[in-house]
Design a binder for this molecule. Structure first.
Ligand code: IMP
Ligand code: MG
Length: 332
């Protein structure tokens, strides 16, 4: 901190939600601000056995003193957002940019068509068609919606002024680097760029104001939907290794592959990452479950972390060793 951007290094589902909620509870930033595409994201985190899933609000919401903002580049599904605000009783600390785009039911219908959900394997949440309307300059914005009057804000001003006051700002990315419309595995990608530069643009933060870019990798690679996945293993093999997962938003099965050093290096340069987080180390090395100190990791696990650091030249600053937010080794 002060301005930290958190982004995903593979195809989404790297465990950004857990890492962000850990950072939020630990560092208590004045502001957490959501960039990224919209409710196609599903961020899951677990605290004391309680499972939280958010699609619109920042994953920092467990830090009660943190204001929760949504940047102008993010698409809003009004029903999903209002439900999450209600669920977390966050009425007085949620602010959305007046220029956030609004997803309508016709966008969701279009996104569930054979052309999008069928051909591309989209999440069906309406984000692609809504961004297409935004490019056509026909999309409705949050400022036109009566139910949002109380929440409207100039998010870019709020975060820039907070940084002027030397307050900490946590910028939350969604999806993952190789789902980027520009740098990903086109056409099997999401409807926007999702690298750190775009996440900053989404919230209205210029490139010189960012101090840290934390790139999150899972200890293995997963991807939902269609598109290339190098060294993909079979579902049976994934189940045997404990790598088999089901998606948060769509309940679809995730495909799996081993950690990919080439992709990791490319992601580091696309995002100008300053340090790394590795999640689910306990899935690769079960003996490491719930370990909170680096020295207590097994030799195999340490060797893997050292390989990542040696190959990338960056420090692994955070390691996830279990599903609880506090199952985290913090080496910052
Ligand atoms: P869309 O973003 O719904 O248009 O879907 C485009 C592609 O991105 C599909 O392969 C989705 O499965 C994938 N995708 C979008 N959001 C996420 C996410 O949050 N996690 C993982 N995959 C995602
Ligand atoms: Mg997810």
């Amino acid at each position: 901190m002060p301005a930290t951007v958190v982004v995903g290094g593979f195809f989404g589902d790297e465990g950004k939600g857990k890492i962000i909620s850990y950072l939020a509870l630990k560092d208590k930033p004045a502001i957490a601000v959501r960039g990224g595409v919209g409710p196609n994201a599903g961020h899951t985190f677990v605290l004391n056995g309680e499972v939280h899933k958010v699609r619109m609000l920042p994953s920092a919401l467990l830090s009660k003193e943190t204001r929760l903002l949504i940047g102008a580049g993010v698409l809003i599904n009004p029903e999903v957002l209002l439900n999450e605000i209600e669920q977390y009783n966050a009425h007085d600390r949620v602010f959305i940019d007046s220029q956030c785009g609004i997803i309508e039911s016709r966008h969701i219908e279009m996104d569930n068509s054979d052309d999008l959900k069928g051909r591309i394997g989209t999440t069906g949440s309406g984000t692609g068609p809504a961004n297409a309307d935004r490019a056509r300059r026909t999309l409705h914005l949050a400022r036109e919606m009566n139910e949002f009057t109380l929440y409207l804000d100039d998010v870019s001003n709020s975060i820039n002024f907070a940084l002027d006051r030397n307050e900490n700002v946590l910028v939350e990315g969604t999806q993952g680097t190789f789902l980027s419309l520009y740098h990903g595995t086109y056409p099997y990608v999401t409807s926007k760029d999702v690298t750190a530069s775009s996440i900053c643009a989404d919230v209205g933060l210029g490139p010189k104001r960012v101090d840290e870019v934390l790139l999150v990798f899972k200890a293995y690679v997963t991807r939902v939907g269609v598109g290339s996945l190098e060294n993909e293993i079979s579902k049976e093999e994934a189940k045997k290794r404990g790598w088999f997962e089901v998606a948060t938003v769509t309940r679809r099965e995730r495909r799996a592959a081993p950690f990919n050093f080439e992709l990791a290096k490319k992601a580091i340069s696309l995002n100008s990452a300053t340090h790394l987080a590795i999640t689910k180390l306990d899935v690769m090395f079960p003996e490491c479950a719930h370990v909170h100190v680096y020295d207590k990791l097994s030799d195999n696990a340490k060797h893997f972390i050292e390989q990542v650091e040696k190959n990338t030249g960056l420090q692994v600053a955070l390691i996830g060793t279990g599903e609880d937010v506090y199952d985290t080794i913090d080496m910052r």
